[in-house]
Design a protein around this ligand. Structure first.
Ligand code: FES
Length: 167
């Protein structure tokens, strides 16, 4: 992609951010809501978008960045298409969820909190998913997997990796 194409694409993205900011009438007090919409749009908060919001709302970048990095709901790096959440809450932990997490980390070659280079998977450990009776619990996207074992987790991952849409 040449520089001109990049600039056109970036202008298109700026247009999307403008629309979000416009829907809040450019109110500085709507910063969190605006960041949430940008997060929903891209799956994370790109640095260029934070800089643009900072400029448009006339809020110092350090303040925008501070808000973006404070809340768990915001992410500053790209996330994988499939978000794998492994519960390390007490009930799940006692039934071996740390070994499930380890198996997933080994299978994907990344650590908890990281995303694979091809942006297919992100691993995120969590504290209680509210389904303790089904421990150990793993969630991929919106799908719950109960009574997980390292072997079952590996099989589920292989199934997802084998799907055509991910090729
Ligand atoms: S501790 Fe894992 S679902 Fe509650």
């Amino acid at each position: 992609m040449d520089a001109e194409q990049k600039s056109v694409e970036l202008n298109l993205e700026y247009g999307k951010i403008d629309a979000i900011i416009g829907s809040y009438s450019g109110e500085k007090s709507a910063l969190i809501a605006i960041l949430q919409e940008i997060e929903n749009l891209y799956g994370y908060l790109p640095t260029w978008a934070l800089k643009y919001v900072s400029k448009k709302l006339e809020i110092p970048m350090i303040q925008v960045y501070g808000v973006a990095s404070f809340y768990d709901a915001f992410h500053l790096t790209p996330r994988g298409k499939h978000l794998i959440r492994v519960c390390l809450g007490t009930a799940c932990y006692l039934r071996g969820s740390s070994r499930v997490l380890e198996a997933i980390e080994n299978e994907l070659g990344i650590k908890d909190g990281e995303t694979t280079g091809n942006l297919k998977f992100t691993i995120q450990s969590v504290r209680c998913l509210g389904a303790c009776a089904l421990a150990p619990v793993m969630v991929i996207g919106e799908s719950y997997f109960d009574k997980m074992t390292p072997t079952r987790a590996g099989k589920v991952l292989k199934q997802i990796q084998g799907k055509k849409e991910d090729d």
